[in-house]
Ligand binder design. Structure first.
Ligand SMILES: [Zn+2]
Ligand SMILES: [Zn+2]
Length: 345
């Protein structure tokens, strides 16, 4: 889920009762459940895979004060230690999946593998203030009023970046690269859509899939948009690609492992189709900025807390419909004003 990056991390120390936990889910596979400071997304998973005298760590949790202690606590419950990490693999460049990667590399010397399209994180090429400024500009163009935008920027400034250092990859995680573990070799499957850098890891003999945020036990869509031509279209293609693998168990980036991947994939396709219909109906009701259209599509679910996340999705739906010839930018009403969208070509 990219909720984490999109919705401002609201820091409320009283909420932080979650601690890192580790449990074995299969011989040689441990789920490390790591707390997150985000409302509605209480934790993320890292996965430890037995590999010779050590482990491969898939995903890392985000970096914040105390986060390494949570990871070490979770590892300890699994009978493991940070020093066992031989390789860090990130399913994608969102901070809850890669935030601690630089610190773990620093501590253990383990290399970090990541898909090359990780520039969407902007952790290396922007200061936190530049990131806020860029996102404020996108929000302005989407028609978000000044006052909530100012509050959002303030909250963002109060939070950290979620990263423990510069994110670099020691090897490109692309098809053809394999991750060797005691359970066999895991193959890289590119699954852009949720994020341009998203990959799943597939173990064909055991029919296991480490699905990151591409497939979650609870259907929850998010598209890290603005970096590729059509994140929604890319996501749908990624669903087809994963469907064809016929995996039987998914180890996801959040929540419990789940079976019935075909059912989950189909539920994702249905929700995409429902939301696209919602955007078509919103456009049929009249032209609007993404901010106005998002309120029509999501109704009461659209609040100051969810606005950033739901706006990114609305922009993604509009971009997808634009490519299908069902939506178009009719312009900003004033020079430098917010984008306005209407139906049709
Ligand atoms: Zn996530
Ligand atoms: Zn994500």
């Amino acid at each position: 889920m990219r909720r984490h990056v999109s919705v401002p991390p609201v820091r409320k120390p009283t909420r932080k009762r979650e601690v890192g936990r580790g449990e074995r889910v299969l011989p040689g596979v441990w789920r490390l459940r790591l707390p997150l400071p985000w409302p509605g997304v209480p934790h993320c998973n890292a996965w430890a895979l037995a590999a010779g005298d050590g482990i491969v760590l898939v995903d890392t949790g985000m970096h914040e004060p105390g986060s390494m202690a949570h990871l070490e606590r979770a590892l300890d419950q699994a009978g493991l230690r940070l020093e066992h990490v031989r390789l860090v693999v990130c399913t994608h460049a969102h901070v809850d999946h890669c935030g601690q990667a630089p610190a773990i590399r620093e501590r253990t010397g383990a290399p970090v593998w990541l898909h090359p399209a990780h520039g969407h994180l902007h952790a290396n090429d922007e200061t936190p203030e530049e990131t806020i400024a860029r996102r404020v500009e996108v929000a302005r163009q989407s028609g978000v009023p000044e006052e909530p935008l100012r509050r959002w920027a303030e909250q963002r400034r109060a939070g950290g970046t979620g990263m423990s250092g510069e994110l670099t990859s020691d090897r490109d995680l692309v098809p053809g690269a394999t991750v060797t573990t005691d359970l066999g070799e895991w193959q890289v499957v590119e699954t852009p859509g949720h994020a341009p850098s998203h990959v799943c890891l597939h173990q064909p003999e055991r029919r296991l899939l480490i699905s990151g945020d591409h497939l979650l036990g609870r259907v929850s869509l998010y598209f890290d948009e603005g970096h590729t031509p059509d994140p929604v279209g890319e996501f749908l293609e990624s669903l087809d690609r994963v469907d064809a693998l016929d995996a039987r168990l998914a180890l996801a980036g959040h929540g419990r492992p789940f079976t019935d991947l075909a059912g989950h994939i189909s539920a994702n396709r249905s929700l995409v189709s429902i939301r696209l219909d919602g955007v078509r109906a919103a456009l049929a009701a009249g032209e609007g900025t993404p901010f106005e259209l998002a309120q029509r599509v999501y109704g009461e679910a659209f609040s100051e807390l969810t606005a950033s996340w739901l706006l990114a999705k609305t922009r993604s739906w509009l971009t997808h419909l634009e490519r299908r010839g069902e939506a178009r930018r009719t312009g900003p009403a004033d020079p430098g004003g917010a984008d306005v969208w209407g139906a049709g070509r």
